[in-house]
Design a protein around this ligand. Sequence first.
Ligand code: GUN
Length: 295
Amino acid sequence: MLLLDGKIASQSVKQNLTEATKKLLEQGKRAPHLAAILTGNNGASETYVASKVKTCSEIGYKSTLIRLEETVEEQELLRKIIELNNDDSVDGILVQLPLPKHISEAKVINSINPDKDVDGFHPVSVGRMVQGLDTFIPATPYGIMLMLEHYNVETKGKHAVVIGRSNIVGRPMSILLSSNLPYGNCTVTICHSHTVNLKEITLQADIIIAALGRAEFVREDMVKEGATVIDVGITRVDDASAAKGYRIKGDVDFANVAKKASAISPVPGGVGPMTIAGLMKNTMDAYIRRNLSIE
Ligand code: GUN
């Protein structure tokens, strides 16, 4: 069984970006700059954003973290985004989701300049991805594609089953895996909460992408011998014996599924670090498009 180790795979991506940033600075240019907006006090979001900001500093990027109250008015958040759109020193803008209930995610995503949309959630970015044009790929699906590439997982002609149809992971993942890309060309089935006989479908999968957000949902009896299993889940499960009072669980029952899989990603240490690597690559791409292509 091959462990798809996101810590190792992300390291090589980050190493390349660190070297590229160093070269920019040696040429007297500025470093790429990511601006992140964090709204409210969602514990998981705090952790993710802290990790993104820390990785920026490791690579040599500039980052700006903008914190807004849970009660912030939608207009104020939109104003902040427009300010960042108009700030030439900012290459990438990220608004951490979920947002407070009174704020429209669609409106917020639509207000980001597509040239700075390093999350790849803007309809322009999504449309370009669907058409196979150069664009920003959402960080988690991008990270998974980078992981498949790092471990040279054969995808051509394989049956990939994606569980979950979110805009952040499942849907873009299904598009990328079915696209004519070096780690695409799969036949893809996308499953969701209304899928009938899910197990019959997952048992046909050469590749399973578990992205539904339910701890240890994918069990051994749902997986074909020799399948590749990618676990996107990050659920906090209460555990009084853990230092933080909770444990992080993936969407896959790792211990048992690993006995059948030919390759499997762990949680933590799998897709999570790859997501950050994907975001960092998008930030460098945004920088290059905005600054170097007009020289
Ligand atoms: N919330 C969960 N995943 C993501 C992500 O990739 N980007 C943003 N902005 N918010 C998220």
